[in-house]
Design a protein around this ligand. Structure first.
Ligand code: SAH
Length: 348
């Protein structure tokens, strides 16, 4: 089988080119074709010699993903794309028009794994179970394909699709670096967010390696017994330890860490607000609230009135909050709704 060319960093392509007697600046030209110009065929690379184009076509593949299905929300213009990998797994990417138009902030939510092993009670992806880690090329190609299919250039990326990014650390960070790179997608580091359910080792490594991307951590409960029930990861990596890690190690010069919090009927009480306040004594974090989306879980969605009450409490306590809209819920494209639907009708 051919290798996927998007698995290679610029440095690696330079070495590949040197090995076949090509000038190393050709590597930047290749990156420009792949990411800026978004071609899916080596023969379109017209500033390369015929020999080089043939060589590349013989050895490498550009696009590892095939589009299977596409849906658009009539409510907010959010689009969901279902792709098939070369070995028959299904993954999803979501294109979000943050203010409902083609201008302004355009976000692509990418998947980092086919399925997910974390087993969160509220999330549809967990129901699929874990298939495998995505390669760097498969992460990047989601952006290539969504840009080609929508004809729009996103300026924001969130690793909040299927999977736990920090269980696929190397491939995820390599993809983020290529997204950021001038000759890659050229997306600013502040517009790339990696979200984890709380993998202690991954967070520590991310900090130690001084990775410049935004970090988000899914908290979802303030009572840690309850958290362990909804998010098995709590048993292995208690949130308390993660907050302490941030306190000790997360540089003050950096963007605050986002703490994501799904609002259910049973986690937005006065006590929850109090516990959040204690947690927010560490002031390098901000809270991102999202109402629970529908799914196969049997958890209860709070009323708007209950949500407003909780928000009011947090505001009085001076906790920095933002509220996430559930983009694409009518197409099962919102947080926690990515189930790679074709799984149910397929044997793999
Ligand atoms: N595994 C990583 C990346 C996935 S991000 C992580 O957990 O952070 C997916 C986000 O959607 C997480 O913040 C998760 O808590 C949230 N989510 C999952 N199911 C949801 C649901 N039913 N309603 C609202 N948010 C949900």
């Amino acid at each position: 089988m051919k290798e996927f060319i998007k698995n290679y960093s610029l440095k690696e392509v330079e070495l590949l080119f040197e090995a076949i007697g090509e000038k190393s600046y050709r590597a930047k030209q290749l990156f420009n074709w792949l990411y800026e110009r978004n071609v899916d065929n080596f023969f379109e690379m017209t500033n390369f010699s015929r020999d080089l184009r043939y060589h590349l076509d013989e050895q490498y593949e550009i696009s590892p993903l095939t589009l299977v299905d596409r849906k658009k929300s009539v409510v907010d213009g959010t689009e969901k794309f279902l792709f098939k990998t070369f070995d028959g797994h299904f993954i999803e990417s979501v294109f979000i028009r943050n203010d409902g138009t083609d201008e302004g902030r355009l976000t692509i939510c990418v998947s980092s794994q086919a399925g997910c092993p974390m087993g969160c009670a509220f999330c549809e992806t967990a129901k699929i179970g874990f298939k495998r880690n995505l390669q760097t090329a498969e992460i990047l190609d989601q952006i290539n394909q969504v840009r080609r299919l929508t004809g729009l250039k996103n300026n924001n990326v969130v690793f909040m699709g299927m999977g736990e990014p920090f269980l696929n650390y190397d491939n995820v960070l390599k993809a983020a670096d290529i997204m950021n790179y001038t000759f890659g997608f050229h997306i600013s580091v502040r517009k790339i967010t990696i979200s984890t359910c709380g993998m202690y080792e991954g967070i520590e490594r991310f900090i130690d390696e001084k990775r410049p991307y935004n970090l988000a951590i899914s908290l979802n409960d303030t009572d840690m017994v309850k958290r362990a029930k909804h998010m098995p990861v709590e048993k292995k990596y208690p949130m308390e330890k993660i907050i302490r890690l941030l306190e000790n190690k997360f540089p003050a010069s950096r963007n605050r860490v986002t703490i994501e919090y799904i609002m259910r009927k049973d986690n937005i009480s006065e006590e929850d607000a109090q516990r959040l306040k204690t947690m927010f004594r560490y002031n390098r974090i901000k809270l991102n609230l999202i109402p629970l989306n529908k799914g196969k879980h049997n958890l209860e969605i709070p009323t708007q009135e209950e949500i407003n009450k909780f928000i009011k409490r947090l505001e009085i306590m001076n906790i920095p909050i933002s509220i996430r809209k559930s983009a694409g819920s009518d197409i099962d494209g919102a947080c926690g709704q990515l189930s790679g639907k074709h799984y149910s009708s397929n044997s793999n």
